[in-house]
Design a binder for this molecule. Structure first.
Ligand code: NAP
Length: 313
């Protein structure tokens, strides 16, 4: 099999934007879409903050449009997932569930996965009252009571942010001390719309029968006692895991496992670029991921311009 110009790993907003730009640069990109085709937006409902969609667009529809747009300009998308990469020397080797590729440049857009509580009702009601993104979904809970789960900075930030919309936010944390910074904790405690429930875990989210969130059953971690509170939404804010296990030992990662980028989308290996949530634990928005996908494609194009064997179609 001939060596490709660009392989993109991942098919969320970052990967598909990188595909669009590199396709339009006649680089014949190949997207290996991964196990979670379309990325985190496939788990959301209405996306109201992606510019250009004044009435909002459903997450899966937005990803379908991005995919079709990339394909229209010649990006090839394969439904396999990467099992290993060898970045020791160029061309890079990418092994997938369906075969092996070599490529002159690699764009990594494998994203990050929101950690989940792991209870069945959480997965069933995801996008129907359960969310992992307050910025995306907070607006839907205007005037309603909701819960936020977690004890880190994300949970504090989301709880505070959500009081802009919700009539009441119950913050649920499994211990009685918080991992969050003192200043973030203080903001939460000073917010009259937030009630803090410590030593409590979510036992069940109701009501899978109705297909919407009507309440949560909490379990006291000291006594085991169950209690129920009525809420219309549950925001799970217990952290994210960057999908970087493939690259450990080969690429520079930060202390939390995110790929370190510099000067745009460059990694510590020439010809390897990263974009989207796999290198961004701060903004984590579809639009910022798409923007960084554009940067990665332009960086890859520039890199390939300096390599004599690059083939333009
Ligand atoms: P985090 O610091 O890892 O906190 C995760 C929280 O979720 C912890 O309180 C943890 O409880 C809890 N948790 C984990 N798994 C759980 C489970 N299965 N059930 C219930 N609770 C669970 O994650 P994060 O809050 O997303 O923050 C990640 C990084 O981004 C941190 O470095 C943070 O400082 C940074 N950040 C900064 C800002 C800011 O400065 N504005 C905002 C957001 C995030 P335990 O404490 O019991 O382990």
């Amino acid at each position: 099999m001939s060596t490709r110009n660009v392989i993109i790993i991942g098919s969320g907003p970052a990967g598909l934007t990188a595909a669009l730009y590199s396709a339009r640069a006649n680089l014949n990109p190949l997207v290996i879409e991964g196990l979670e085709s379309g990325g985190q937006l496939m788990l959301t409902t209405l996306v109201e903050n992606f510019p250009g969609h004044r009435d909002g667009i459903m997450g899966p529809d937005l990803m379908g449009e991005m995919r079709a747009q990339a394909e229209k300009f010649g990006a090839a998308i394969v439904q396999s997932h990467v099992t290993s990469v060898d970045l020791c020397s160029s061309p890079f080797v990418v092994k997938t569930s369906d075969g092996e590729y070599t490529t002159r440049s690699l764009i990594i857009a494998t994203g990050a996965s929101a950690k989940l509580l792991g209870i069945p009702s959480e997965r069933q009601l995801m996008g129907h009252g359960v969310s992992t993104c307050a910025t995306c979904d907070g607006y839907f809970f205007r005037g309603l009571e909701i819960a936020v789960v977690g004890g880190g900075d994300s949970a504090m930030e989301e709880a505070n942010f959500l009081t802009k919309f919700a009539s009441k936010v119950t913050l649920i944390h499994r211990r009685d001390t918080f991992r969050a910074s003192k200043i973030m904790q203080d903001k939460v405690r000073a917010n009259p719309k937030i009630e803090v429930r410590t030593n409590a875990v979510v036992h069940e989210i109701k009501d899978t029968g109705k297909g919407e969130v009507t309440g949560i059953v909490l379990q006291d971690t000291n006594t085991g006692a169950l209690s129920e509170i009525p809420v219309a939404g549950v925001f799970v804010a217990i952290g994210h895991t960057p999908n970087t296990s493939l690259f450990k030992g080969q690429l520079e990662l930060d202390a939390d496992g995110y790929i370190v980028t510099h000067e745009g989308a460059k990694t510590n290996i020439a010809g390897v670029f990263a974009c989207g949530d796999v290198q961004d634990h701060i903004y984590r928005q579809a639009i910022t991921a798409a923007g960084s996908g554009c940067m990665a494609a332009l960086d890859a194009e520039h890199y390939l311009d300096g390599i004599p064997e690059t083939l333009h179609s």
